[in-house]
Design a protein around this ligand. Structure first.
Ligand SMILES: O=P(O)(O)OC[C@H]1O[C@H](O)[C@H](O)[C@@H](O)[C@@H]1O
Length: 541
């Protein structure tokens, strides 16, 4: 089964864009890997970034190596797979494993509480996949150091428990070889967010128990269609994304349309936001909203149900969305393979840590304190409490703008609240939602016609973070940080995870405020009480 793209109301504008692409010979040229499709400036990068088109075939070469790793893990009874990887190095395996219903613990956080949660879970049966294309990502480097120490402290040789996925020649390849870790090298001609079908997607998923051959077969089945002018789902979808953006509908609401795939919108979010959000242009993916509320928004569903819908198996979806994003990049007029503004927040973080030395981080003084919530930032109009601040943020969102909530917290914490007693499933879900800071998205969404996005920090920095800084400058930003009660040292580094996490929040806040965007940081001095208070205030607005 391949992918089918059904068009809703958008048919007319899409047809004009698709006809032009066909007249220019784009479908076949892209399928053949022509790097000139995005103009001369993008060509050098595109030349080394189109390997994803061949992965349904070329990744099969990895299968014997992956099989050996799986056999070894099974033989040693390692059934708890932890994946340390940011952005493109973990988003695809997360969807693959959720869809195939095999357990995978994803570590794409610097939250000490969440990392401690993973560390104290079945360490003796844990296999850690350290995945980083560049080999220099600070979060992943920290996770590697933390797990190496934990294994040694438990009398376990890390070389029997750590597997590395990286690009050839990266500093991680070198250090892994020195440490004696098995290393699987990924295709260097594929960028992070296009790497679902490379070793980055396949190795952790196979170790967790997913059938990765099936994924490649599904992608292979759709590949032949991508050179066609008609009946080409990648072209149809790319034309939708591009055409809608051209006519000002640049907020893409991603919905599940009764598919049997779990969590694909989170992967699409990075692919589209990081690929298109630059030079003041871009498409903003919105995950979790029910419907489009204004004429700059439209809905695409994953599955058979819905107006404009993309239906088909996961392996094929990956390839079709990648192809469509590359097409949309050409229509919009940007290079879909770089991420020029991601580095800025990373540099700010490094500078903040260095300048602070052993002293406190420059967190500032609270503008006001409302129960367990401190408010930091410039809010005009003499706000008295949290309700005033949230009301101001909602009103500050301009026409065609959006509100982004970014929570640097433990994304598993709400489950703690939901596991008490012998409650029914509905009661548990309700308790969980009432303790989950992500519920704030729906509560604020209810109070504005503008789209509201939600991202866990620092995960989103490797995804929508590019769009926030490089896309249209009409975002309003709400950061949430929390007190750390059980910090984790990063062996060999002068910072703890908690300190790194706060520096990341402050670094990104600096990048946003330097653009003149309205941005506020809420700090929860007690995390559980803080989330409860925040949600109850938002509910009463
Ligand atoms: O795989 P890594 O080199 O560690 O990179 C992980 C992530 O880092 C960066 O922030 C990029 O913007 C992402 O596209 C990438 O997926």
């Amino acid at each position: 089964m391949t992918v089918e793209v059904t068009l809703g109301d958008e048919v007319d504008s899409v047809e004009a864009v698709r006809d032009k692409l066909v007249a220019e010979g784009v479908p076949a040229a892209l399928a053949a890997g022509d790097p000139s499709l995005w103009g001369p400036q993008a060509q050098p990068e595109a030349t080394i970034r189109l390997g994803w088109l061949n992965l349904p075939q070329s990744s099969r070469e990895l299968l014997p190596e992956i099989d050996k790793l799986v056999e070894r893990a099974r033989a040693e009874g390692l059934d708890h797979v932890v994946l340390a990887g940011m952005g493109g190095s973990s988003l695809a395996p997360e969807v693959i494993c959720a869809t195939y219903d095999v357990p995978l613990t994803v570590l794409d956080t610097t939250d000490p509480h969440q990392v401690r949660r993973a560390l104290t879970d079945r360490l003796e049966r844990t296999l850690v996949v350290v995945a980083s294309k560049s080999g220099g990502t600070i979060e992943t480097d920290s996770h590697r150091r933390i797990y190496e120490k934990a294994f040694r402290d438990a009398g376990i040789d890390p070389a029997t428990r750590i597997v590395v996925v990286t690009d050839p020649g990266s500093p991680l390849e070198q250090s892994a070889n020195e440490a004696g870790y098995p290393v699987v090298l990924a295709d260097p001609n594929v960028g992070g967010r296009y790497s679902a079908l490379t070793a980055f997607g396949l190795v952790p998923s196979a170790l967790a128990g997913a059938d990765v051959r099936r994924l490649l077969d599904e992608a292979e089945a759709v590949r032949a269609l991508l050179a066609q002018d008609a009946g080409n789902p990648g072209l149809d979808l790319g034309a939708v994304l591009g055409a809608e953006a051209l006519r000002g509908r640049d907020k893409l609401i991603l919905r599940d349309g009764m598919s049997d795939i779990t969590g694909l919108p989170d992967w699409i979010e990075q692919l589209i936001a990081e690929s298109t959000g630059k030079e003041g242009k871009g498409i903003l993916p919105v995950v979790g909203a029910e419907a489009a509320e204004d004429d700059d928004q439209y809905v695409v569903s994953i599955g058979p149900d819905g107006g404009t819908a993309v239906d088909g198996p996961l392996g094929a979806q990956f390839l079709v969305w990648e192809y469509a994003t590359a097409i949309a990049g050409r229509v919009i007029g940007i290079n879909p393979f770089d991420q020029p503004n991601v580095a800025e927040s990373k540099e700010n973080t490094t500078r903040i840590l260095q300048e602070a030395g052993d002293g406190p981080l420059p967190a500032g003084t609270p503008l006001l304190t409302d129960g367990p919530v401190e408010v930091y930032g410039d809010v005009p109009g003499d706000p008295k409490n949290l309700a005033d601040v949230l009301t101001w943020l909602l009103r500050a969102v301009p026409e065609r703008g959006y509100l982004a909530i970014m929570a640097y917290l433990d994304r598993e914490a709400a489950f703690d609240a939901a596991t008490v007693g012998d409650a029914s499933f509905e009661e548990m879900t309700e308790t969980w939602a009432g303790a989950d800071v992500a519920t704030l998205r729906a509560l604020l969404d209810y109070r504005t016609d503008r789209p509201v996005t939600f991202g866990w920090g620092p995960r989103f920095l490797h995804s929508t973070g590019q769009y926030h800084k490089g896309g249209p400058q009409n975002g309003v930003f709400l950061q949430i940080t929390g007190a750390v009660t059980d910090d984790v040292e990063v062996p060999g580094k002068p910072y703890t995870l908690g300190r790194l996490q706060l520096a990341q929040a402050l670094g990104d806040l600096g990048a946003l405020t330097s653009r003149g965007r309205p941005a506020v940081r809420l700090h929860l001095t007690d995390r559980v009480a803080g989330v409860r208070h925040l949600l109850s205030v938002a509910e009463e607005l």
